[in-house]
Design a protein around this ligand. Structure first.
Ligand code: ASP
Length: 330
């Protein structure tokens, strides 16, 4: 009898642990200006955020990994012309599109990132290939594109990324610069970076971020998005993807600071994220927002801009999309 009890206890221990109900959060960038958002534009943005959530959630509901979920969600947003990532990326001062992306697997803390790529249709896929198929973490420019060829990542003509709206934004930024108005690198009207964080059934977290950076950027400028710990970070307990004025997110090492507050100070994810986004970064002079998720499915999406395109599927399975502050429009 005793041995049978012992056997069944051992069998229970050997069973795979279903640790978590999946959660998925996505963002499509901070810095929305209310007046600039027509109802038509808003409807399309909402549709895209929903499609991204559905793509990621399909993976999670099928028992797939958080890594696959964030890859799938970010890929959908990169393919939309309405976000500053992949197609629709902002232009550099010289009129080029230079794309950055990163991905991190919380369970293993493996990571991959690329910066300044100009012909990669889905930079998040290249970041993932860097993580899985190279001995490195971060590849840039021509070298990253040479690596892409060796792992059969899809390349496109540079023209693929162009949208007229982003081109107009560059002309405006350059005019403002010529007139010595507020720097186009500050208070950008549209940031539009995209990102996702997810918790899968195994209780594993992942984060991914993809961006064209900031309009009118120069000299090979790279923002926070592809920098592990600044714009993207995941560990066993916490995953973060950021958007906003990248220079400040780098200086604050924002994503890692949030997760460090969770790990070392035992702070709830909402408090940790709020402290960094609403206190540390504004005090330095920056702005933006994050999506942040912990291994129990608790999450927060603080931002100190007018709005942040964002969506989430919580543990009840409900799909939500919001743009302005307080989710009042969600
Ligand atoms: N954080 C991005 C960067 O600085 C911009 C954004 O979030 O849209 O490159």
């Amino acid at each position: 009898m005793l041995s049978r009890l012992l056997m069944s206890a051992l069998a229970l221990l050997a069973m795979p642990v279903i640790a978590a109900t999946p959660v998925l959060l996505v963002h499509g960038g901070a810095g929305v200006i209310r007046e600039s958002l027509t109802p038509e534009a808003e409807a399309l943005v909402r549709q895209d955020l929903e499609s991204a959530l559905k793509a990621g959630n399909a993976v999670l509901q099928a028992g797939g990994s958080s890594l696959d979920a964030v890859t799938g969600a970010v890929r959908v947003l990169e393919d939309s012309p309405r976000f500053n990532a992949g197609k629709g990326a902002v232009f550099t001062h010289e009129g080029r599109n230079e794309l950055d992306a990163a991905i991190m697997d919380g369970a293993t803390r493996k990571a991959g990132a690329v910066a300044g790529v100009r012909h990669i249709r889905n930079p998040v896929l290249l970041a993932r290939a860097v993580m899985e198929k190279s001995p490195h973490v971060f590849l840039v420019g021509a070298g990253a594109e040479a690596f892409a060829k060796t792992v059969r990542i899809q390349t496109v003509d540079a023209k693929y990324f162009r949208t007229e709206e982003r081109w107009r934004q560059l002309q405006k930024a350059r005019e403002a610069e010529a007139k010595k108005q507020a720097s186009s690198l500050g208070r950008a009207v549209h940031y539009g970076t995209v990102g996702a964080v997810a918790l899968d059934r195994q209780g594993h977290l992942a984060a991914a971020t993809s961006t064209g950076g900031m309009t009118n950027k120069r000299w090979g400028r790279v923002g926070d998005s592809p920098i592990i710990g600044a714009g993207t970070y995941a560990d066993a307990r916490c995953a973060v993807s950021a958007t906003g004025w990248g220079e400040y997110y780098i200086r604050a090492v924002a994503a890692h600071d949030i997760c460090a507050r969770v790990a070392y100070a035992g702070k709830p994810i909402a408090k940790a994220a709020g402290e960094v986004v609403l206190d540390v970064i504004p005090k330095l002079g920056g702005d933006g927002g994050v999506i942040a998720l912990d291994s129990e499915g608790n999450f927060a999406m603080p931002f100190n801009t007018d709005g942040m395109y964002r969506g989430w599927i919580d543990q009840d399975g409900g799909l939500h999309v919001a743009i302005l502050a307080d989710g009042a429009d969600g």
